[in-house]
Ligand binder design. Sequence first.
Ligand SMILES: Cc1cc2nc3c(=O)[nH]c(=O)nc-3n(C[C@H](O)[C@H](O)[C@H](O)COP(=O)(O)OP(=O)(O)OC[C@H]3O[C@@H](n4cnc5c(N)ncnc54)[C@H](O)[C@@H]3O)c2cc1C
Ligand code: FES
Ligand code: FES
Length: 482
Amino acid sequence: MTGGIRFVMGGEVVTVAHGDPIETVLQWLRATGRVGTKEGCAEGDCGACTVVIGEADGDAIRYRAVNACIQFLPTLDGKQLITVEDLKGPDGALHPAQRAMVDCHASQCGFCTPGFVMSLFALYRSSELPDRAGLCDTLAGNLCRCTGYQPILEAAERMYDGGRADRFAAAEPKTAALLRSIRRGGTLSVEGAGTRFFAPRDLAALARLAAEYPDAWLLAGGTDIGLWVTKQHRRPKTVIYLGEVAELKRVAEADGVLEIGAGAPYTEVLPMVAGHYPGFGRLIHRLGSVQIRNAGTLGGNVANGSPIGDGMPALIAFGAEIVLQKGGSTRALALEDFYLGYRETALAPGEFVRAVRLDLPRPGARYATWKVSKRFDQDISAVAAGFALDLDGGRVAGFRAAYGGMAAIPKRATHLEQALTGQPWTLEAVTAALPALDRDFQLLTDMRASGAYRARIARNLVLRFYLQSTGQAGAEGVAAHG
Ligand SMILES: Cc1cc2nc3c(=O)[nH]c(=O)nc-3n(C[C@H](O)[C@H](O)[C@H](O)COP(=O)(O)OP(=O)(O)OC[C@H]3O[C@@H](n4cnc5c(N)ncnc54)[C@H](O)[C@@H]3O)c2cc1C
Ligand code: FES
Ligand code: FES
């Protein structure tokens, strides 16, 4: 034990010395009397539990909205927690985000309102000044079933009327100093209710712990794992949190390769990925909600190995590899070779994903990726696909296609690839190759889509790729380089 979890709340350092390490932030808040934060779904979908986490960046604070219902309390160690109770000033004055909600009559039953306010607060404190589409995106992780969204969006626009300064901005140097005072040098270790929780701060410590506890849950953003606890009521003996390991959070470009640390949240990965692969950037932008992207990681998506995870089809089609580490040794593996069966991967006991590596786009090559789901926002794919194409004199010199939602694992469509390789890149040749897809997948029918629908979508996405790569349809989803 390292003396409990320490974080800043309400301008003071809070220490939680005892307790259950997989208690969620939401459960803790409500048990300790901060009941403004609500529980709607307990699975990251509705946003009623939205809180804001602040982290020091020099003398400034970076704020991000997260879902308290799937965030475990020890992940707050060394950070600032802001809940709806904190927004009102000592003189009772409402925060501009709250004031705008009142002025626009944007609250009716009120249950979702604290979550909306916290999402608006995080936006207010960010450097962005979004347009209407950006505001909708900010609020896509908050559901309101009674007032409708119009007045809430109006409030989002109105909250800037009085400028962009608030007392949180003024307090940043003081908050940063408090955060520095609780910064931990070594591994956080807490234990309770039959679970031990470690938060190592460097790769060496992580590798040692992973080797010592090969059955531990490796916790990154918790946007999958959180639900194992809140919905499946599972209890781990050991949790190793990856979110404090600085090396895992690096996103860097060197020697023509983009290396994405396995512990970097989507929000931090997005700008660099979108800069090189705009279509993939748009896809990540549709993954979950702001709250989910502020916590969840590509490393977690890849390691979780869900057949309907959104990251893998594009990564496999674009030729990504993953770097795995065990003890002091690392190995690189083509991502497509990582998946052995339904939720079964090549990860050895004690091993962890260190990074995802993606070559920068080849000059002249064309790339695309799409996600097809029932709703645009905050929904899981029925089918996701990624394509990469190299042409030589109008013929297909190289073609890779990978799909999610079509089999027990994310998988390449090798029959389709073979049928197209060497063919002219024409509508006739592409259409003639499509039946090869039937040999690539044994289609499943589930609540998201029927097998027949999936088969149709899989074919249509190839056609869409053809049309867009030849300039016959809009550029949405396609990145052509050269
Ligand atoms: C509301 C909601 C919406 C969602 N929407 C989408 C969506 O649109 N598309 C989509 O694909 N997914 C979606 N997800 C699922 C989830 O957000 C993603 O799979 C996410 O990428 C998981 O990352 P994480 O960091 O949160 O992983 P965690 O939950 O922390 O971990 C997931 C799994 O990966 C393992 N793991 C994590 N990091 C490592 C590592 N470095 N080495 C080894 N193992 C590791 C964990 O042990 C665990 O088995 C959604 C989830 C929620 C709750
Ligand atoms: S309670 Fe619904 S997102 Fe947390
Ligand atoms: S005000 Fe009630 S659901 Fe939004």
